[in-house]
Write a protein that binds this ligand. Structure first.
Ligand code: SAM
Ligand code: SF4
Length: 317
């Protein structure tokens, strides 16, 4: 599927729940979110049907996200269903990792290729502060469980937050010394709860790069990340710059929310409902979403908040 600007759309991010077992201060309100109930979210079979239609239109990569995807009842069955769809070459996952010790082996068997695990700090007190309820030990056990299950390469995602983890960037980057472990630093976005940190908490990727001694540019990109390496490291360190350098010109993705809306662009409130659609009507909804992809999103920048119209836990990142 090519959009109006010649971009080949092959990547679908699927948020399977708004709910989460953490309350990261830049993502979710402290009190959590209203439970949409069984009928407020797509059923497992509906998600599989929608992804099948997407695959027939050329989607080959699916990322399952949330909220916390591993909380979703029937999640392993959903992974199995998606990984088995003809045309889907890669089924991957973004998670906070807390439930991986219980689920990593089953996810691997279900066809999940690899995982991204979110970890913003290596300090127990700070982890509790940013997630409000989590324990660092739980997240680190999740990373170990992913390694044991062979969910490689593992990417550790850390949001850059001035005054919170800017003193830990070298230590976080050093997680990439290990083979097949890559660290990705992401600029904090002025979206939903992220606005609470705005503008003081924003740290540009460019400034963060200078805070990690020894980083060498590999002069290449991996997806939307610019890739660097620490001397002697087997893995890499990437920087994702949604705020300072939009990657719209290479955007190859659509997003599906847990309540059944296709989002053509993360930072626009335009949404196309797909719940209840089948066959040609469902495919036509995908075409509408693709036609609605803007050439670029000029709205979000260091000066202007995103117009996503939802919080991150409901879009999936
Ligand atoms: N719960 C899973 C997790 O944390 O990995 C998946 C969903 S979470 C919304 C996906 C990613 O979005 C996480 O890496 C998180 O750090 C990131 N995120 C959430 N709010 C953000 C914000 N305001 N700016 C940048 N990244 C954000
Ligand atoms: Fe939950 Fe992920 Fe949002 Fe943290 S970033 S509150 S783990 S959805």
């Amino acid at each position: 599927m090519k959009d109006s600007f010649g971009r080949e759309i092959r990547y679908l991010r699927v948020s399977v729940t708004d709910r989460c077992n953490l309350r990261c201060a830049y993502c979710m309100p402290e009190a959590g979110v209203e439970d949409k109930g069984h009928d407020g979210v797509l059923r497992v079979e509906e998600i599989i049907r929608i992804v099948r239609a997407a695959a027939e239109l050329g989607i080959s990569k699916v990322r399952l996200t949330g909220g916390e995807p591993l909380l979703r009842p029937g999640f392993v069955k959903l992974c199995e269903g998606i990984a088995a769809i003809p045309g889907i070459e890669e089924t991957v996952l973004t998670t906070n990792g807390l439930l991986l010790p219980r689920m990593a082996e089953d996810l691997k068997k279900a066809g999940i290729k690899r995982v991204n695990i979110s970890l913003d700090t290596l300090d127990e007190g700070k982890y509790r502060r940013i997630t409000r309820v989590g324990s660092l030990e739980g997240a680190l056990s999740g990373i170990e469980a992913a390694k044991k299950a062979g969910l490689y390469p593992i990417k550790i995602n850390a949001v850059l937050i001035r005054g919170f983890n800017d003193d830990e960037l070298p230590a976080l980057a050093a997680l990439s010394m290990e083979r097949d472990v890559h660290v990705r630093f992401i600029e904090l976005m002025p979206i939903g709860e992220g606005l609470r940190f705005w503008p003081g908490g924003y740290l540009s990727a460019e400034e963060a790069t200078g805070m990690i001694p020894g980083l060498e540019s590999l002069d290449k990109t991996d997806g939307v990340a610019q890739v660097w390496r620490l001397p002697g490291a087997a893995g890499t360190v990437g920087f994702i710059k949604p705020v300072s350098h939009h990657f719209c010109s290479g955007c190859n993705r659509l997003r599906l929310t847990a309540d059944g809306m296709l989002k053509p662009c993360l930072h626009s409130d335009r949404e196309i409902p797909v719940r209840g659609l089948e066959g040609e009507a469902l495919k036509e909804a995908f075409w509408q979403a693709i036609r609605a992809k803007p050439a670029e999103n000029r709205e979000m920048s260091e000066a202007l908040p995103s117009r996503a119209g939802r919080r991150m836990n409901s879009i999936g990142g």
